[in-house]
Design a protein around this ligand. Structure first.
Ligand code: 9WO
Length: 248
């Protein structure tokens, strides 16, 4: 798949593409990421990509024309009709199901805004979809773009270890069903706190039940909305319900 990124700061992307478990996916081109800088398509001595907002007010607005030329350049390199995505709090919240869809797609053109925003005419005529990471404002769309690329890359075949690859299964409730259980590693006692006995017991059946109980309790406590979804999807057993009942 190929993701084109329209950004005034392409140098932000290289470090993320060259580290960690996702590096191989990016470096092999399994997830091909190409950055295009609208400044390269700006005209005039000053190569301006922003201007003052009509109607007045603070800050600057990204001009439509350099963005449109950057997009046309990308379209000339792609043979598909890849959707154009803008990262903005207006958009639909990104979740695991959407990441799974993107990870099985042929890619997209990711537009990263800067300044106060983008000329609305570019959004109205060129953007197919807006994606939000949450109800907060950043200084640019680059961090959300990197978040999406990271989430998509780790779902590519061969990126996760065998032990973790159940995350690839869209029916596995590991993320969209319940929250993850707590993890512990050496030493057995740290800062006066010991690891739960069951994890040291070697009883794999008991360990699995304890982890399931922890996930149920954590989800009930922190994300009761996810618990309702899991229940409606038929992902909770009678034993799960009994554990939740006992907990109150
Ligand atoms: C900012 C904004 C704030 C309130 C309502 C709508 C909004 N749209 C944008 C916007 O598109 N801003 C551009 C991208 C330019 C300024 C920096 N940008 C941005 C994207 N800030 N915050 C985001 C963002 C993207 C996804 N999820 C959370 C925040």
């Amino acid at each position: 798949m190929r993701f084109d990124v329209i950004t005034l700061f392409p140098e932000l992307f290289a470090p993320f593409l060259s580290i960690g478990i996702t590096r191989r996916a990016f470096e092999s081109g399994q997830v091909d990421v190409q950055c295009t800088n609208p400044r390269d398509f700006a005209t005039g001595n000053y190569r301006r990509v922003d201007d003052r907002p009509f109607g007045g007010g603070p800050g600057m607005v990204m001009m439509a024309q350099p963005l449109e030329l950057a997009l046309a350049h990308i379209r000339s390199q792609r043979t598909d009709h890849a959707p154009v995505v803008l990262f903005s709090p207006i958009g639909k919240r990104l979740d695991h199901a959407a990441v799974q869809r993107w990870s099985a797609s042929s890619g997209a053109v990711l537009v990263c805004g800067r300044y106060e925003g983008i000329d609305q005419r570019f959004i109205d005529t060129q953007v197919h979809e807006q994606i939000s990471l949450g109800d907060f404002v950043l200084s640019g769309g680059e961090v959300p773009a990197i978040a999406l690329l990271d989430a998509v890359a780790r779902l590519q075949p061969g990126v996760l270890s065998d032990a973790d690859s159940h995350h690839l299964d869209s029916f596995n409730p590991s993320l969209d069903g319940l929250l993850d259980c707590p993890h512990y590693t050496r030493p057995e006692e740290w800062a006066g706190v010991t690891v739960p006995d069951v994890l040291m017991s070697g009883h794999h059946g008991q360990i699995e039940r304890w982890r399931r109980d922890q996930r149920l309790k954590l989800t009930a406590q922190h994300r009761p909305d996810l618990l309702d979804v899991a229940r409606a999807a038929g992902l909770l057993s009678r034993q799960d319900e009994a554990v939740l009942q006992a907990q109150g």
